[in-house]
Design a binder for this molecule. Structure first.
Ligand SMILES: Cc1cc2nc3c(=O)[nH]c(=O)nc-3n(C[C@H](O)[C@H](O)[C@H](O)COP(=O)(O)O)c2cc1C
Length: 171
């Protein structure tokens, strides 16, 4: 699959096979995160890989009971241990940096035949409690990872003309 195929075939997967992710594939998706760009190359991120079934079950509870979080064989908990840096544009860099790395994971996973789903619907402190994450660390997102039972149909997207303008803002 070339990159554009990977991008166009990625889906949010919410139904997973009861099948472990091979170590070499897991290592590749984590390498994709490691190679992601970050503001000032700070790389202020840490990825907790959760495979233990009981921990995944508890993460599911912290993620508004979303069943697939407990079913996926791997849940990656993306954290920012340091999160004070604000770019001159006024935005904190950690949210952008961690998000880029997570999408690297999602795309690398798809290239390897694995599905992912971003999980933003979770509560910070319960997730910290499950994994012993210090209160000073921001839990940015969770990402489910595993073999899909099937690949969902693509979701609709806005037309290009609705989201792109050239050489100046057009309403
Ligand atoms: C930041 C972010 C948070 C998300 N949180 C959740 C979530 O908590 N639960 C869920 O089922 N999907 C979640 N999603 C997946 C979106 O619903 C999904 O990307 C969107 O509907 C488009 O579908 P697609 O990814 O299959 O193209 C999240 C996606 C992003 C980017």
């Amino acid at each position: 699959m070339d990159l554009f195929e990977v991008i166009s075939q990625r889906r949010s997967v919410r139904s997973y096979q009861d099948k472990a992710v091979e170590e070499d594939k897991l290592a590749k998706v984590l390498e994709a995160a490691r190679l992601a760009p970050s503001a000032g190359n700070r790389q202020e991120w840490r990825f907790l890989v959760v495979r233990d079934a009981e921990l995944r079950q508890r993460l599911m509870e912290a993620a508004r009971g979303q069943q697939f979080v407990g079913d996926a064989p791997v849940v990656i908990v993306a954290c920012a241990p340091e999160h004070g840096h604000v770019m001159s544009c006024g935005h904190p860099s950690f949210l952008v940096d961690v998000s880029i790395a997570l999408e690297h994971i999602a795309l690398a996973a798809r290239a390897l035949g694995l599905g992912t789903c971003w999980v933003g619907a979770f509560e910070q402190q319960p997730v910290r409690d499950v994994l012993g994450i210090p209160a000073s660390v921001e839990v940015v997102q969770l990402m489910a990872l595993g073999y899909p039972t099937d690949w969902p149909e693509p979701k609709d997207r806005k037309e290009t003309a609705e989201i792109v303008c050239y050489d100046g803002w057009t309403a």
